[in-house]
Design a protein around this ligand. Structure first.
Ligand code: ATP
Ligand code: MG
Length: 405
């Protein structure tokens, strides 16, 4: 339970106007975020709650497919990045110098860390029955593109999952499990109905990779959707002329989106670099096959904010709102009642904010409930107590009602 009298929050009367990005204005107004410098943001307490709620949904779905959570380091040695040939080829790699003139990378992704780490564990085919690990990690990328600055950070949070397999058949089975888990994640976050599953370039790794792209006006990707079978394609793989990879149709429409997740086949690129092998049933040495699967957690937060907002406010899916209930207490003598109610709500898994700032007037409290956009608003006053208990209003409905609890 949060009691606002002891909580740092300073909302703004108006939403500051910045670029074309309305949700960011709302987030600044509501004291969810503050920008530290271009591409870098501070996450204030309520925004952190949203982040943790999203992470928890992703965590539950990753655990449901037997992936194990770990936390890999951000700082990594140059030698590993040289081993894979990426020290000089990854253009967004942040490089820094430590004591004794030693150079390090601030990891933009973690294949160079996770592959040698699994080397110690994976020895035989018996160690490879669905072996997958994942983390929530801050990634660092020296991004040059200036567009969509709010969606593209130089420091951002990603969920990255790596899976290790004996062969392509095993890999394909697990791929399908992850794909379905991703669908469940985006469904629980209320964006699946407008999220496309697109074919994209596999870059150095394979012919295609697969992306989850959410429809968004301010998104920086152009997705070509086949007019006949609705297969989506990232424009990277549409060269001179569009031809659907699924049904070969030449007809398409272009939709603006933002990429919230993707899946890359790494094959044996990293196993080869780090000698990640296993012994099969006949004691022959084979290379481990790897895939990686990302979800851009911090970008996803902004995509949800931008996708859900209306003309006036942010709107949160109840599954990730920083709290489910916002209780306004008008008189100090009713605070005990409010706390009692909050405790009851918490027993059924709800999260509650009590606005007990008694030096703040009602108008300001009601405005803050609106600006933060907490799904349910409750008012407790001598009048509501006299009528029943409190007034409850669900934000997606116009009228509140007096309820007995
Ligand atoms: P993009 O095509 O947007 O540059 P990417 O293909 O480089 O992203 P990955 O390296 O696979 O993406 O990262 C996984 C996810 O992390 C992406 O799907 C995206 O949601 C998110 N992401 C990537 N780069 C950034 C960034 N600079 N800031 C915020 N989120 C990012
Ligand atoms: Mg991409």
């Amino acid at each position: 339970m949060i009691q606002l009298s002891r909580f740092p929050i300073r909302t703004l009367k108006d939403a500051p106007k910045i670029s074309d990005n309305k949700s960011t204005s709302y987030l600044l107004q509501a004291w969810y975020i503050r920008q530290e410098m271009a591409w870098v943001y501070n996450y204030l307490p309520l925004w952190l709650k949203v982040l943790k709620n999203i992470e928890q949904i992703v965590r539950e779905e990753m655990n449901s497919i037997w992936a194990q959570e770990l936390l890999l380091s951000s700082l990594w040695n140059k030698e590993s990045w040289e081993k894979t040939g990426r020290w000089d080829t990854v253009d967004v790699l942040f490089k820094l110098e430590g004591s004794g003139n030693k150079e390090y990378a601030l990891n933009p992704t973690h294949e160079e860390v996770v592959t040698p780490l699994m080397w110690e564990f994976i020895q035989s085919y018996k160690d490879l029955d669905s072996m997958a690990v994942y983390q929530f990690q801050t990634k660092f990328r020296n991004e040059a593109r200036a567009k969509s600055w709010i969606l593209r950070g130089r420091e951002f949070i990603m969920k990255d999952l790596y899976s290790f397999h004996k062969n392509l058949e095993d890999l394909d089975i697990y791929f399908e499990e992850v794909r379905k888990a991703y669908v469940r994640v985006f469904d629980r976050l209320w964006i699946w109905q407008d999220t496309l599953y697109a074919f994209a370039s596999g870059w150095a790794f394979s012919k295609y990779s697969y992306e989850f792209q959410t429809k968004l006006e301010i998104g920086e990707d152009n997705i070509y959707v086949c007019s006949d079978c609705w297969q989506a394609h990232n424009d990277e793989i549409v060269w001179e002329k569009f031809e659907c990879v699924n049904c070969k149709s030449p007809k398409y429409e272009i939709i603006k989106t933002s990429e919230v997740g993707n899946i890359f086949k790494l094959w044996t690129k990293f196993s080869t670099a780090f000698g990640l092998n296993y012994l099969d049933e006949k004691n022959a040495k084979n290379e481990v096959v790897m895939w990686c699967y990302g979800i851009g957690i911090s970008r996803l937060m902004w995509v949800i904010a931008e996708y859900m907002m209306d003309e006036k406010w942010l709107v949160w899916p109840e599954s990730i709102a920083p709290a489910s209930h916002y209780i306004i207490v008008i008189w100090e003598e009713n605070l005990a009642k409010a706390i009692e109610l909050a405790k009851d709500l918490e027993k059924s898994g709800k999260e509650v904010i009590i606005d007990d700032r008694f030096k703040t007037n009602f108008g300001q409290k009601a405005a803050d409930a609106d600006i933060l956009w907490i799904p349910n608003r409750i008012i407790i006053s001598p009048k509501t107590l006299e009528l029943g208990w409190c007034e409850l209003k669900w934000r997606l409905e116009q009228e509140g009602k007096i309820i007995k609890m």
